[in-house]
Design a protein around this ligand. Sequence first.
Ligand code: CP
Ligand code: NVA
Length: 310
Amino acid sequence: MIDLKGKSIVSIDDLSTEELVQLIDTSLRLKDELYVGESHEVLHGKTLGMIFEKPSLRTRVAFETAMTQLGGHAIYLGPNDIKLGKRETTEDIAKVLSSMVNVIMARVFAHKTVEDLAKYSKVPVINALSDFEHPTQIIGDMLTIKEKFGGFKGLKLAFIGDGNNVAHSLMLAGAKLGIHVVIASPKGYEPSTKVVERCHEISKATSATIELVNDPEAAASEADVVYTDVWASMGQESEAEERKRIFASYQVNSNLMSLAKPTAIFLHCLPAHYGDEVTEEVGHGPQSAIFQEAENRLHSIKAMLVHTAK
Ligand code: CP
Ligand code: NVA
């Protein structure tokens, strides 16, 4: 068993392939146990501190429910509670909070904020979404892919849209697990070069391939998984109208899905803007696994807490 006790997960790249596989396996076990009503209160008496600079449905409910089911407790600290960086410095918040709780999760605007929390915290810090990565989402997504396909090697995953936080974590996990990841974005909206280069480096050992294209049809062609996300992420609201025009031809609709394999699944981290990045026909259609994917946030986050909490 791999030991992640006390380890922060700020990026997917904080995890080795083995650690990632272990988290997915633990998620599966915890899901099975929950389904048969077997209790797993292994975090009895432990507390999770939850810092939110942005809204959330899935991530907040998954972390909070996870702590309840693990026999522990979670404290929600919203934007108006601690006023991170305004009322108090990130460093002081990390030092104070980590002197009381056993694990911290943070949803922040700037990636550096969650890096700083991890740097100054005595307990593990889990990135619950930053402007650069969304690791907890992608571990749950890999659980969904494993449930649907039994494994990862050789699968083609097409991400259609903005080269954003979700795309970055997806690329890194794909590289670690041997997936052929193709990102189709408009010019100027490609994922970060730093992440692309790191993925190429990782792929040497895993036989993954990471490809960037501008053509959504080329990406979707013969794909096993078609994935999309909103065109304007939280914090980019002022660009929403402009992005709607730029991304118009990047919609995942039934025409695009028809290019993927007949066995392909559709994933979306949610929340979705139906009629923009995905049609309702696809989002709620027979190939869609978005609600299984959303539920899997609970099981995978539980696994992350079980392995990391001090
Ligand atoms: N996918 C996701 O992170 O959803 P929330 O923003 O609702 O947490
Ligand atoms: N890219 C989106 C993901 C939401 C879960 C955002 O950052 O808003």
